[in-house]
Design a protein around this ligand. Structure first.
Ligand code: SAM
Length: 331
């Protein structure tokens, strides 16, 4: 029997974000420090079988329709292709995607497509090699570009590109990124920087807002709203110069969309989080390893969703950043 992952405000989660590792091979300055973080000890990370068991419970019992694999960097998880294949076996109508920095995607794109992955979201904040190095602290821009191309060629489409603009670093890259994305038939989305960095360095006045992004893009492009209503999608979508190309802006801070949220997250160590900004988690790993049945795990998951707050609270004076940074939650 299916039960919805409903909360007290009438929202139902159908979109599961699964973090497969908290480790990453880039060191984006707005995400983590140069030296990296204290990674989860290996025994705490869910095994492939445990991940697939929890996804199966989500899909078969709790109405999950969409699964997005993320991290950390999901491509460094050895079992990724197999996890995708086993998830696809749960249903042809499931939407399966990966959020990745695309390092190594050139090698894996075909296998991921064959395993049943529908598409990828690739993170790329600039096309300038020096700026790329400044932001990510690695010299890998070419790998990302080749990864995006391979994903497109493998049919993992639409290839979506996620970009975060940082004031004084890449905030004048917006138009170049969009021109490049349109040329390559990638769908670009700008994401407002959120207070989820491990260093707790986020400052509201440093954040490049959606308003500023629109103003920058208007210097070179004409944007018109692309869809009404927007539904549960985080991105506000616009046609670029009349279409068919589109660009999205995810204004989590200045135009929150929590009222339409349909997402739930599972961390690499098996904790259910009902919100990116939740300060509480529900430990499915401990329950699973203590012998809980699928019914019992589903009960815990349902209970965890029931306590979802109405909003992320970033704009409240009492806002407290969650203990885990984005990389450990799964972006
Ligand atoms: N490693 C994968 C990647 O690069 O896409 C998946 C994990 S990464 C944490 C997911 C997304 O979160 C990336 O697009 C990254 O730019 C974004 N991100 C990280 N920290 C962020 C922050 N503080 N605010 C907004 N987006 C952030």
């Amino acid at each position: 029997m299916q039960r919805p992952l409903a909360d007290a405000y009438g929202r139902v989660a159908t979109d599961l974000r699964v973090s497969l590792t908290d480790r990453c091979n880039l060191r984006c300055s707005y995400c983590m420090p140069a030296e990296g973080l204290d990674w989860l000890p290996h025994p705490e990370v869910l095994t492939d079988d445990e991940v697939v068991r929890l996804i199966t419970i989500g899909v078969r019992r709790l109405g999950i329709r969409e699964v997005r694999f993320t991290g950390g960097e999901p491509l460094i998880r050895r079992g990724l292709v197999d996890i995708v294949r086993r998830t696809r076996a749960l249903g042809d109508d499931l939407e399966l995607s990966v959020t990745t920095n695309a390092l190594g995607l050139e090698r894996n794109a075909q296998a991921l497509a064959q395993a049943g992955l529908d598409r990828v979201n690739i993170s790329l904040d600039t096309l300038d090699p020096e700026r790329f190095h400044t932001i990510t602290r690695r010299d890998r821009l070419d790998d990302v570009l080749r990864g995006a191309k391979a994903a497109h060629n493998a049919g993992l489409t639409p290839v979506k590109i996620n970009a975060v603009l940082l004031r004084g670093v890449n905030d004048d890259d917006a138009c170049d990124l969009l021109a490049w994305a349109v040329e390559h038939e990638y769908e670009l989305r700008f994401i407002e920087q959120m207070p989820l960095d491990a260093q707790h360095d986020w400052h509201r006045e440093q954040m490049v807002t959606a308003e500023e992004i629109f103003a920058k893009l208007a210097q070179r492009f004409t944007l018109t709203p692309a869809r009404e209503p927007r539904g549960s999608a985080p991105a506000e979508l616009f046609l670029v110069d009349g279409g068919p190309a589109t660009v999205g802006v995810i204004a989590s801070v200045t135009r929150p969309f929590c009222g339409d949220c349909d997402r739930v997250r599972l961390t690499a160590d098996g904790q259910v989080r009902n919100c990116l900004f939740a300060r509480e988690e529900s430990d499915l790993r401990a329950a699973m390893r203590a012998g809980a049945s699928d019914d019992e795990l589903a009960d815990r998951w349902v209970a965890a969703m029931a306590t979802k707050l109405p909003g992320h609270g970033i704009n409240d004076p009492t806002f407290l950043q969650p203990d885990r940074p984005m990389s450990a939650i799964g972006g």
